[in-house]
Design a protein around this ligand. Sequence first.
Ligand code: SF4
Length: 199
Amino acid sequence: MDWDKVTSNLEARGFAVVLCDTAAQAADFLAGAIHGKTVGFGGSMTLDRLGLFQRLSADNQCFWHWKTPGPETVAAAAASQVYVTSVNALAETGELINIDGGGNRISAAASAKEAVYYVVGRNKIAPDFDQALWRARNVASPLNARRLNRKTPCAQGKELKCYDCQSPERICNGLSVLWRKLSGTKTCTVVLVKEDLGY
Ligand code: SF4
């Protein structure tokens, strides 16, 4: 992985970049950067692994539907000052890719916020946009469907790939690509972690 290259490509697209050797360092950075805010969480195995909800709840008001399920939590997360989430794939060329079922994660992350943070493990980085999109569709989404035990070919079949199914339990309904930091977002920080995190 050429960390200098991915960092400079992200910065050229308007993203701030923080490079961390470990997940613990990433959690320390976020805990140091976010105080006294309302904080929304997107569904993310990465954030769960970091223990970030518990950590940030010490001095922020946090909303995560994985911890307190319900539409009120999703709405509060979307209206928060700060939003933290991950991506399904990041291209070394600097594009951020997410696929959503319900749309809460991509819509909340795209709303005007004081700050948005994307925490990205090294396993999610692909060399270019096409390979990142392939990864989001054929690796991240099927693994998420398996985690949720969906009745979809990617979750029930042997081969790990997207079948572009028409299942009622399909989890891939919307695609978000950030070519650059959205102009409605004050700051958007990509926290790169030199460890495998999430799917
Ligand atoms: S579109 Fe269907 S088969 Fe493809 S990853 Fe999503 S749920 Fe699985």
